[in-house]
Design a binder for this molecule. Structure first.
Ligand SMILES: [Zn+2]
Length: 571
């Protein structure tokens, strides 16, 4: 049996050398003319795409994928029709869960590093579709509010790969039921095409406006009865091209431009005011803005916001100004600070939100804001739970080091906590200075930011970066091993609190001794699987010792306090 299997392996290996390599080419240049007709939901595209062979072998086959609701009309190379087969290819990088894949057989192989230009035309409809979500059990309404992409009379809004393949791509199949496979696949696609450029020329009937997340350019043509707008992405960077068409008006109020729908001017003003108020605070932390912040209204208040490059697509009505400030803190942080590392880029934008929450309601409000986001992180890290049983069976561990994380719960939530802990450890000034000294083009190795911070703050942080950033060691798990009170002369007490961390990640954590009249706090470094003690003086009779105010994410916050027993008679 073993022999047969091995023989099969050899055959498979042999075969795969000739199998379709969907990642062989990089799409270096898009030049598409697009006509969108909301009344009929139709989408028509024609133009050119250039692809470069990035493998070491000549390539004769080439893959082009578009959403399954679109169909290929023609594909030519140098004006000559080229042989191709089209098939449905299941993948959740499109909202329908399927792509219309054309596999081309080129007349000549494309040599390594050579580029081939393909002329193509495709068309169809882009109706709303949330099949990929409903089939994994997401309730229909939530699925529809999340996958809101469509061309329709009432609303036209379409995001690119990861939502709708409205421009040709080539990706390996990815399924939403396989962890973060879809996200990782889209990330890999974006990274690969980040230096590529895309020029789009949109036309649509009527007077409505088109807003996209690229650079506007003058449209080359303006056919009668159509409105046209050219948009460029040079380079694409990590942006997923997205556009909306509607009766938009613009409110320009630095640092933001808000595209709002008719009748919603007052909402737009609330957003503009909110942004204006917090912009100086965010700039103080993250530096001067390097790009504008653009807000584009989504027409239904139930639709989920979407962050696409410098544009936030979001419903405008309904929010209180304070909550809008928290939302905008994220966008403003992105406008000031950019990094190719997600845990920095997104993590700091989420950290900015917690900082604004703290400005509004103090540390308690900020910790409550972060705590709401904690349960999915505890779930993702549970394989590190002290006493967790073997990991031989079941799905593969989800653990990811922050530095390489592609799962949102890590590079958003865990990163937010890590930035907060660092700030608690080094102080605002040192962290602000390190953040502002950061240069994305100099971020060549994993420890770059740790060095920047080390320049500002002269204490060993290696252990912290090891436990939280460079590796995934789960979360700490604190409890109070002992709390010994001692009466001093005349009225004061001192309590020696011993904290045990049974988790595999160390942290510096606040420890408090409480009494009815108030509390005293100190910070204590408790490394993984270790105990540490701190003496906390308090001028009244101590009643309770508590570890962790919620600023350190841990597995269980319910075993963090003990009552302090003081002798009835003083010695
Ligand atoms: Zn973001």
């Amino acid at each position: 049996m073993k022999k047969i299997l091995c023989a099969l392996c050899v055959l498979c290996g042999f075969h795969s050398a000739f199998a379709l390599d969907r990642q062989a080419f990089t799409f270096t240049d898009y030049d598409l003319r697009i006509k969108v007709t909301p009344a009929t939901q139709s989408f028509e595209a024609e133009g050119k795409v250039s692809l470069r062979n990035d493998t070491a072998l000549p390539q004769r086959n080439l893959v082009l994928q578009i959403s399954i609701t679109l169909a290929w009309n023609s594909i030519t190379v140098a004006g000559k029709p080229v042989q191709y087969l089209t098939e449905s290819y299941a993948s959740d990088v499109d909202h329908t869960g399927a792509l219309s894949e054309a596999v081309l057989t080129l007349p000549q192989p494309v040599l390594p590093q050579a580029t081939v230009e393909i002329e193509l035309s495709y068309s169809g409809k882009i109706p709303p579709d949330s099949t990929r979500l409903t089939r994994i059990g997401v309730p229909a309404k939530r699925a529809a509010n999340s996958d809101w992409d469509r061309i329709s009379e009432s609303f036209t809004g379409v995001r690119g790969v990861g939502h709708v393949a409205w421009y040709p791509v080539a990706t390996e199949a990815a399924s939403l039921s396989e962890g973060d496979q879809v996200f990782a696949s889209v990330m890999a696609w974006k990274e690969r095409q980040s230096r590529s450029r895309m020029r789009l020329s949109f036309c649509w009937p009527g007077e409505a406006q088109l807003v996209a997340n690229g650079q506007n350019a003058a449209a080359a043509m303006q056919p009668a009865g159509l409105s046209c707008q050219a948009v460029q992405y040079e380079p694409l960077g990590t942006v997923v091209p997205a556009f909306v068409i509607g009766s938009y008006r613009a409110l320009n109020q630095p640092p933001m431009t808000i595209q709002y729908l008719a009748g919603h001017e007052s909402y737009a003003r609330t957003w503009a005011t909110a942004g204006e108020k917090i912009a100086p605070f965010v700039a103080q932390w993250f530096g001067p803005r390097k790009r504008p912040v653009q807000i584009v209204e989504l027409p239904d208040r139930n639709l989920y916001p979407y962050e696409g490059g410098s544009v936030l697509f979001t419903p405008l009505p309904g929010g209180e100004e304070k909550d809008i400030q928290v939302v905008l803190a994220h966008q403003l942080a992105h406008a000031s600070f950019q990094s190719p590392r997600l845990w920095m880029d997104e993590g700091l934008a989420h950290f900015a939100q917690a900082l604004v929450r703290e400005q509004q309601g103090g540390r308690t409000a900020a910790l409550a804001y972060m705590d709401e986001r904690l349960p999915p992180l505890q779930e993702a890290e549970k394989e590190f739970l002290p006493g967790a049983s073997g990991k031989a069976s079941g799905p593969p561990p989800r653990g990811q080091s922050l530095i390489n994380a592609t799962d949102e719960v890590f590079f958003r939530t865990k990163a937010m906590f890590v930035w907060w802990m660092l700030r608690d450890m080094v102080g605002d000034d040192a962290l602000e200075r390190a953040i502002r000294a950061y240069r994305p083009d100099q971020d060549k190795d994993a420890s770059y930011f740790q060095r920047l911070l080390g320049d500002q703050f002269h204490r060993d942080l290696e252990w912290f970066f090891d436990d939280w950033v460079y590796r995934d060691r789960g979360l700490p798990e604190f409890h109070i091993a002992a709390a010994y009170p001692r009466k001093l002369i005349p009225e004061d007490w001192s309590v020696t609190v011993t904290v045990e961390n049974s988790g595999s990640a160390g942290a510096e954590v606040p420890v408090a001794v409480r009494a009815a009249q108030g509390e005293e706090r100190k910070r204590l470094e408790v490394r993984a699987h270790e105990k540490a003690a701190v003496r906390i003086p308090i001028p009244v009779v101590p009643e309770q010792a508590v570890v962790n105010d919620g600023s350190v994410p841990e597995f269980d916050m319910n075993n963090n306090s003990v009552e302090i027993k003081t002798p009835q008679t003083s010695q």
